[in-house]
Write a protein that binds this ligand. Structure first.
Ligand code: UDP
Length: 328
């Protein structure tokens, strides 16, 4: 029988792609999700255990029913701007949810934990290419809540022998090239899907948030990683834990950043259409540039982020964008 993995947030964007790759690797992914931001139709690769991380009993019940060998924790509130407007909710949901999950995981005797963290834990680092040893200085409540969870995970590792892998990454893009799952948020706040909405005439224009950053063209620079490459890294990290590998943090990026203007430029090349744009103010909580290297993941996990080029990510996102979506 396939080994089961409890995937919190498995109905969401990254979680659903992780479920696909887990299944392909021979695991049975069990999605634990409250469907607050995820889609039931995205749960295609294994069962759905509907529950809520704020409800400890629902976590205990899922662990008891499915007896996973590992927990992969994606479920969280993840919008930088929203976290600045409503920090209390971010702290409450992200930190309490993770705490409940960690306690339930230990109580159920599950020994392996993979945590989806973020380069937003680093804050603004002045053009430095981030790596695992860069000091973490978050500048928004989202990043601060994730850093706190990283520490919780490490504490549970030390106290209870919970083996763990932590991944830090930032701008995930693209979609399953086979079109089974893709990115869909409601409301959408991310650059590439919003840009494609504007290209397709689903919204009047894309607003570029800030043109006065200290970057090469004044717009923010981000490191974009293909969602399937990211999912693959999670499976590699899981396998390493199951093989008895040590607790480790891995940054997942390409080491190359693209500005908002450069992303828009690439979109023109991929879609052959103009992107209607407006120029707006900076968005609160945004760092000027976030780029992270992934030498450790390449070296220790054998990670090969082969789909993570901007044309590939935009092309996959564009294909998904034009296909039927989950709620239509
Ligand atoms: N961005 C933008 N207009 C939008 C959405 C995003 O200019 O409508 C910019 C944003 O300021 C950031 C980059 O695009 O520099 C990526 O933002 P996104 O929300 O996709 O991801 P984040 O970096 O917040 O994880």
């Amino acid at each position: 029988m396939a080994q089961r993995v409890l995937v919190t947030g498995g109905a969401g964007y990254i979680g659903s792609h992780a479920c696909k790759v887990l299944k392909r690797a021979g695991f049975e992914p069990v999605t634990f999700d409250n469907l607050s931001t995820g889609w039931e139709q995205a749960v295609k690769f294994g069962p759905l255990a509907r529950g809520d991380l704020m409800d400890r009993a629902s976590i205990d019940a899922a662990l008891e029913t499915w007896k996973p060998v590992a927990v992969m924790h994606f479920a969280a509130l993840s919008l930088v701007g929203e976290s600045m407007r409503d920090p209390g909710t971010y702290w409450r949901v992200n930190v309490t949810g993770a705490l409940n999950l960690l306690e339930a995981t230990v109580a159920a005797g599950v020994k392996n934990f993979v945590f989806s963290s973020t380069c937003a834990t680093y804050g603004d680092q002045d053009g430095v290419v981030l790596d695992e040893d860069t000091p973490q200085r978050p500048i928004n409540a989202y990043g601060a809540s994730k850093r706190a969870i990283e520490e919780m995970v490490a504490n549970f590792g030390a106290a209870f022998g919970l083996n763990h892998t932590i991944f830090r990454y930032f701008n995930v893009a693209g979609a399953d090239p086979e079109g089974e799952v893709g990115e869909q948020h409601d409301p959408e706040t991310h650059l590439i899907p919003l840009m494609l909405d504007a290209v397709a005439g689903r919204r009047p224009a894309l607003t570029v948030f800030g043109t006065d950053y200290p970057t090469r063209d004044g717009t923010c620079i981000r490191d974009y990683v293909h969602v399937m490459d990211l999912a693959q890294a999670h499976v590699l990290g899981l396998n390493r834990l199951l093989d008895g590998g040590p607790n480790r943090v891995f940054c997942l990026g390409t080491g190359r950043g693209f500005s908002v203007r450069e992303v828009i430029e690439q979109s023109r090349a991929v879609t052959n259409r103009e992107v209607p744009i407006l120029f707006g103010d900076r968005r609160s909580g945004d760092a000027a540039a976030l780029v992270c290297g992934s030498e450790r993941a390449v070296r220790e996990l054998g990670w090969e982020p082969e789909l993570s080029t901007l044309p590939h990510m935009i092309a996959d996102a564009w294909r998904w964008h034009r296909a039927p979506k989950f709620h239509e």
